[in-house]
Design a protein around this ligand. Structure first.
Ligand SMILES: C[S@@+](CC[C@H](N)C(=O)[O-])C[C@H]1O[C@@H](n2cnc3c(N)ncnc32)[C@H](O)[C@@H]1O
Length: 188
């Protein structure tokens, strides 16, 4: 597992989830490992994930947050997937640093009143990426890192989001050649 110091139980949970990856739209192992490394390097503490699914990426994020002392808020609208995510977070002993918000991401973000985030992972409805980002802008701290998945595989659906970020002097960004494509953004 790419040098990760995960315990055997966590490795086993992740290996098992990778067998059903396509069914739950989980990001590739390499992208998950990259996000885990980035959280540790940036020492992020307040992470928001949009698109929980069954918790695969959430486990990678939360494992990094155990090292930084941070917490994860994650949003998902399907109750069945939330139930699976809770089960997986419990098995991995991560539930106490994760808050799952059920609902449509755009409404849930509106409910975050004073929350700010220093790391955001966007992985839900592709045509809504720009709308998520616009709503999140006031809540993203300076130096925050934002990662968006599937920017190559779903380029047409996220093109307006990519252009908005690329043409905005508040952000530095780079498209990374992971499977599906990751957009790495830093707020400056
Ligand atoms: C690509 S999957 C997330 C995969 C997950 N990040 C992982 O890698 O393990 C996208 C998830 O976002 C959820 N979703 C899509 N649009 C949403 C929205 N507008 N609000 C909340 N959840 C949404 C879907 O139900 C789906 O489970």
């Amino acid at each position: 597992m790419n040098g990760c110091n995960f315990d055997l139980k966590t490795k086993d949970i992740l290996n098992r989830l990778e067998e059903t990856r396509k069914e739950f739209w989980n990001l590739p192992h390499e992208s998950a490992n990259f996000i885990n490394i980035l959280i540790k390097i940036s020492k992020a503490k307040r992470v928001l994930e949009i698109g929980t699914s069954n918790g695969y990426s959430g486990i990678w994020i939360a494992k990094a947050l155990l090292e930084t002392g941070g917490k994860l808020d994650t949003i998902e609208f399907y109750q069945k997937r939330i139930d699976l995510a809770v089960e997986n977070f419990k098995k991995a002993n991560l539930l106490d640093i994760i808050t799952i918000h059920q609902g449509s991401a755009l409404s849930v973000i509106d409910e975050f009143e004073n929350n700010t985030f220093d790391f955001v992972f966007i992985d839900a409805s592709k045509p809504e990426y720009l709308a998520y980002f616009l709503k999140l802008e006031p809540k993203i701290t300076e130096n925050a890192i934002i990662i968006a998945d599937n920017v190559t595989s779903h380029y047409k659906k996220v093109e307006n989001f990519i252009n908005y970020v690329k043409n905005n002097e508040n952000y530095q960004c780079e498209l990374l050649n992971f499977d599906g494509g990751l957009l790495l953004i830093r707020k400056q």
